[in-house]
Design a protein around this ligand. Structure first.
Ligand code: 0X9
Ligand code: ZN
Length: 306
């Protein structure tokens, strides 16, 4: 069991995934997607009442902690797992959809945030200069306009690596997306912070279904806003460049919409803090469960629409 009083460690989450697979063997399985730069297992859940055998069912993929300092994204994902598997409050969602959930997309980075709380990238050492500046920004390492709006400097937080999928962590996600490309209806990459629902592309170019992306994005945002923490601001919905006001290449969501998922969003969860002086990546423990609760309202709407 996992509660929402605090944010759990990599080891705790790994043990929890195994426990779920043991407790719900007919619905849950844990898959080893690959290994991180430092050799840690990157594992994800498959949740399905038909063992992923029914090709007519859509697949929804949710991932979190691609950026390791964005801690609150982890309990948001764990909350969704609980609602799908343990509480089964919304049984249509488990009956009609196959789910892929990757709670810790960047395990090395996440563990390193216990030492350096604001670490964002992975922990690749092969680009280091004079033994300094490890790490690739995994959300600049996917194969869509790679290298055009990111940094070639390993010392920067948006360093894009040697090429698309140069990092094992992004290769794992690529393989999942490709494996399910015919069925993936919705891809959600959960980040923080800013209270935004963003859709491709990272250079401001709009996909052909941009109006649909906007429509469903607004529906998700409204569902969240209805139950949001009162002092947090309303969600903003739109294209990545238009809303964030910076271009970003090589994003996971951009790759997912190209290859597999007509509905692909980056969530920027709110800053769950009790004062604007508190850094937005830090999380006030009293708000952890709220982060899960309100994000789940958006996920449900997105999954049903997609
Ligand atoms: O810059 C990013 O990677 C994301 N914002 S964050 O503050 N969490 O770092 C936005 C990602 C935009 N997504 C795509 N380009 N698909
Ligand atoms: Zn992020």
């Amino acid at each position: 069991r996992i509660g929402f009083e605090r944010i759990h460690t990599y080891e705790e989450v790994e043990a929890y995934l195994d426990q779920l697979a043991r407790d719900y063997p007919n619905v849950v399985s844990v898959v080893l997607g690959g290994r991180s730069v430092e050799g840690r297992p990157i594992r994800y859940l498959k949740i399905s009442t038909t063992n992923f055998q029914d090709a007519r069912k859509p697949v929804v993929m949710i991932q979190s902690l691609l950026h390791s300092r964005e801690w609150v994204t982890l309990p948001a994902t764990l909350y969704a797992i609980r609602k799908l598997v343990v509480d089964v409050s919304e049984s249509d969602l488990v009956q009609n959809i196959d789910w892929i959930i990757l709670p810790i997309a960047n395990p090395d980075g996440y563990i390193f945030t216990l030492t350096d709380r604001f670490w964002r990238k992975n922990r690749a050492t092969r680009y280091m200069v004079a033994n300094r500046c490890p790490g690739v920004d995994l959300n600049r390492n996917f194969d869509h306009i790679w290298g055009t709006a990111s940094s070639s400097n390993p010392c920067q937080d948006t360093f894009h690596g040697a090429g698309p999928f140069s990092e094992p962590e992004t290769a794992v996600i690529r393989d999942i997306i490709v494996e399910h490309k015919n069925r993936m209806a919705l891809f959600l990459d959960i980040h923080s912070f800013g209270s935004m629902i963003l859709f491709p592309y990272g250079d401001g170019v709009l996909p052909p279904n941009a109006l649909q992306l906007n429509l469903v994005g607004v529906q998700m945002a409204q569902a969240i806003d209805r139950v949001k923490w009162p002092s947090n601001k309303n969600y903003v919905v739109g294209n990545i460049l238009h809303v964030l006001r910076y271009a970003a290449s090589g994003g996971a969501g951009d790759y997912a919409i190209n290859v597999a998922a007509p509905y692909s969003y980056t969530f920027e969860l709110p800053a769950f803090r009790n004062s604007i002086w508190m850094d937005g990546f830090l999380v006030e423990p009293a708000f952890i469960e709220q982060a899960g609760f309100e994000t789940w309202e958006g996920i449900k709407v997105g999954a049903r629409a997609a």
